[in-house]
Write a protein that binds this ligand. Sequence first.
Ligand SMILES: [Zn+2]
Ligand SMILES: [Zn+2]
Length: 233
Amino acid sequence: MNTRSMGPEAGVPAWEIEVGEQPLDRPAANSIGGWPFLDADQEWPSCGCGERMALFFQLDLPPEIAHFGGDHLLVFHCRAHNDASNPPVDADRLASRFWDAPQLSLPGPFWRTLLQRGPASATKPEPHVRALPLTLRPFIDEPVRPGYGAMLFKVGGLPSWAQGPELYECACGAELVYLCQVPENLTFLTHPGAPAQPYGDRDGYQLFLGNEVYFLACPQRCDPAAIWPVNQN
Ligand SMILES: [Zn+2]
Ligand SMILES: [Zn+2]
């Protein structure tokens, strides 16, 4: 939802993402790890290093979410890479096909976020991240100060902006719209014996070095991967 069209004092509908404790033994659309629900023409993403990325989480977005309601959001990140995202920008506009831009010394990115519209079918499960159910709990994100929402794992609402608003124009010319937030240092638990993540937590993997992540997506839907993960701490 476009926060700039909201009054600065107004609460904004949001959904807290709650992580369940009982491991999943079958596909679920809302999950950490688990079975990715990918469109038929969408392959499981691979990192620029060649390694298949880990599925961190996926969600069916509530129908009330502006632009993206009913879409399926998937967040993948390489287990072997762990760094902050580096926006390929010219002024404040992201470069053409910014979602495929090189990162670190790789020929491509070490993460992939997708908005899928299905019909999708679950594929094989994510092998390393433990499959746990996610539940969306609606709440009104009351600004803690004008334009700043709660620091939670959530979709919708207002970003909590650890370092102040950071907005981008998509390569297609549309203003990217805030969609989803992952709080700082959230660990995605892994199975015992799973390969470690560099600089990671012993119990699991983190996104972008544990930075707070604000996912901004293209409301024109110019590509399923036209989503930028703003990192702040
Ligand atoms: Zn990698
Ligand atoms: Zn776009």
